[in-house]
Design a protein. Structure first.
Length: 148
C-alpha cells in the first residue's frame, strides 16, 4: 500500500468510498474544489492490485493551519494502518508549508473516530452545534504545533 497525491481520475473512487463509509453526503464537486485549492493536500492510499483503498481531502486555512476535510477508508481495509498513513503524510505536507496546526470536525456521536484522532494527538477544542445536514453536532479537534 502506498500513499500518494490523489489524481483527478481517482476522485470517483474516493467519492464512492465516502458515499459507502460516511453518514454525511458530499457532492463530487467538493473533491474537485479541494483538488484545485491544494493538490498536495489530497491523498489516496493506493493498493496497486485493487486501486484506491482510502483517502484524505485536506484544505489550507488561514495562517499556519490546515484542515482534514474528509477522511475515509474502505471497510475492507480498515484497522490496517491506512488512516495512520494518510494522517502522517498529510502532517508532513502541511509542515512543508509551515502549517503546524491541523484541525478537523468529527460527529460527536462517532466515538470510534474521536478515539482514532485522540490516539494521534488531536484534542477537542470546541463543540459545533448543528454542523451536519441532519442537525448533528460536531467536535472540532486540533493537533497543535510541536505535535505535528
Amino acid at each position: 500500500m502506498i500513499v500518494k497525491t490523489m489524481a483527478g481520475n481517482e476522485i470517483p473512487y474516493a467519492y464512492a468510498i465516502a458515499s459507502r463509509s460516511l453518514d454525511e453526503q458530499y457532492l463530487p464537486d467538493a473533491f474537485s474544489f479541494f483538488m484545485a485549492q491544494w493538490p498536495a493536500g489530497q491523498l489516496v492510499a493506493f493498493d496497486p492490485s485493487t486501486g484506491v483503498a482510502g483517502f484524505l481531502v485536506g484544505g489550507r486555512l488561514s495562517g499556519n493551519r490546515a484542515s482534514v476535510a474528509i477522511l475515509a477508508v474502505d471497510a475492507l481495509y480498515r484497522r490496517n494502518g491506512l488512516g495512520d498513513m494518510l494522517i502522517e503524510e498529510f502532517k508532513k505536507r502541511a509542515a512543508l508549508e509551515g502549517r503546524n496546526i491541523i484541525q478537523l470536525e468529527v460527529r460527536t456521536s462517532n466515538l470510534d473516530a474521536i478515539s482514532f484522532y485522540e490516539k494521534r494527538g488531536f484534542r477537542k477544542t470546541e463543540l459545533l452545534r448543528g454542523l451536519y445536514n441532519d442537525g448533528g453536532d460536531a467536535a472540532r479537534m486540533v493537533l497543535f504545533s510541536g505535535m505535528c
